[in-house]
Design a protein around this ligand. Structure first.
Ligand code: HEM
Length: 360
């Protein structure tokens, strides 16, 4: 990954740095990583970004006024209004959805063929998820397609957004970027980083500032800032009565920045709050009193099942980026705002997030 990243970012010989659209890059990286984890296949999208899987996801996540209206109505539980308007997905969306389903179905058939040659069992050490799901024998092919669609989408878009936000925060806090580079370089040779190297993963997990930067990015810019829920019984939130069937919005984007929970640093990027002053080790709650103050992955039965995976992936990608490159915003005066319907990414007015990167 690191070698490919370095190869792909040829600096402009005249200026000595390269400009990349970080959002696009992050999607290529995280799609490559989730394809290895879920399917056991290296798709090499970072080298060839015009890959059809990437194009299908770009299309599926593309914003349009019609989609915005559909999301709004779904959030308000007024889906019935959609029945009165010809608001079906347009042909580009439909083509993308059909492609993604066919991609998953083909991947399942290929995997069944290869497992037929080399049978797997439920305790097979094969690292990819699809082999394990097939070996468990509990799901039909239709169910496997649904599972793969969820894992591939939920497992790349959210992490890509968080990676972009972490680069935004490091680019706007150069002293933290320098400290992080020093910490990672003093412990890890990133050129040797291998996605399946468990020792490297353990080492990265032990670095306090790296974990602190990840945790603080996840806190301050949760990639899913709003999630709808419906009360299944009469209940109350604080002192407010909430009757059964009420629609409720859970807002990690607000909870994670509440000054009641996070005090004076609520709105500031403060990675050091995640490091114990006395021991210098990472702590799991920052300066808040409880791990429940952070709701990015939600909690309980319907919380994110990929949270630990996401954190490990972020640690690796941020460590690799910060070791290889000095990162700055293309235009520090240009406002960057959260943009997107379900997943929020950093975007400038022109719809991209361009970062200046220099090999260091
Ligand atoms: C920073 C990265 C991530 C964030 C912020 C995030 C956030 C969330 C949130 C808020 C939910 C609950 C959605 C809801 O119920 O409305 C969720 C569910 C889910 N996430 Fe993640 N996620 C991340 C990464 C991942 C990864 C890497 C994977 C897979 C490898 C994953 C797989 C899933 C799945 C399958 C669900 C559905 C669980 C269920 O319905 O029971 N997520 N995620």
């Amino acid at each position: 990954m690191v070698r490919n990243m370095a190869k792909l970012t040829h600096p402009n010989p005249e200026f000595g740095y390269a400009m990349i659209d970080m959002n696009d890059w992050a999607t290529c990286l995280t799609l490559d990583v989730i394809a290895i984890a879920a399917l056991g296949r290296d798709l090499g999208i970072i080298q060839k970004p015009n890959n059809p899987l990437k194009s299908a996801y770009d299309e599926a996540f593309r914003e349009s006024p019609r989609k915005a209206a559909m999301f709004f109505l779904a959030y308000c539980r007024m889906e019935w209004i959609m029945d009165y308007f010809p608001w079906n997905l347009d042909s580009r969306d439909r083509a993308a959805t059909l492609f993604l389903r066919k991609f998953c179905r083909d991947a399942i058939q290929d995997k069944r063929r290869s497992l037929h040659l080399t049978p797997a069992t439920t305790d097979t050490k094969t690292p990819d998820l699809l082999s394990k799901l097939i070996a468990s024998g509990t799901l039909t092919d239709d169910q496997l397609v649904e599972q793969l669609l969820s894992i591939l989408a939920a497992g790349h878009e959210t992490v890509a957004a968080t990676l972009s936000w972490s680069i935004y925060l490091l680019a706007t806090h150069q002293s933290i970027q320098d400290r992080l580079r020093a910490e990672v370089r003093s412990s890890v040779d990133v050129t040797e980083m291998d996605i399946e190297d468990e020792k490297m993963a353990e080492l990265l997990r032990s670095l306090p500032l790296l974990n602190a930067v990840c945790a603080e990015t996840i806190r301050i810019y949760p990639s899913v800032p709003l999630t709808p829920r419906v009360a299944v019984r009469d209940t109350s939130i604080l002192d407010t009565f909430v009757p059964k069937n009420t629609s409720v919005m859970i807002a990690p984007g607000a909870l994670n920045r509440s000054s009641r929970l996070w005090g004076s640093v609520a709105n500031k990027f403060t990675p050091d709050q995640w490091i114990n002053h006395d021991t210098g080790t990472f702590n799991s709650h920052g300066c808040s009193k409880s791990t429940y103050s952070m709701s990015t992955f939600l909690h309980g039965k319907r919380g994110c099942i990929g949270s630990e995976y996401a954190k490990a992936e972020l640690r690796s990608m941020i460590a690799a980026m910060v070791c290889c490159f000095k990162m700055e915003l293309q235009d520090p005066d240009e406002p960057v705002i959260p943009t997107g319907k379900i997943v929020a990414r950093p975007c400038a007015k022109n719809g991209t997030f361009t970062v200046k990167i220099e090999h260091v």
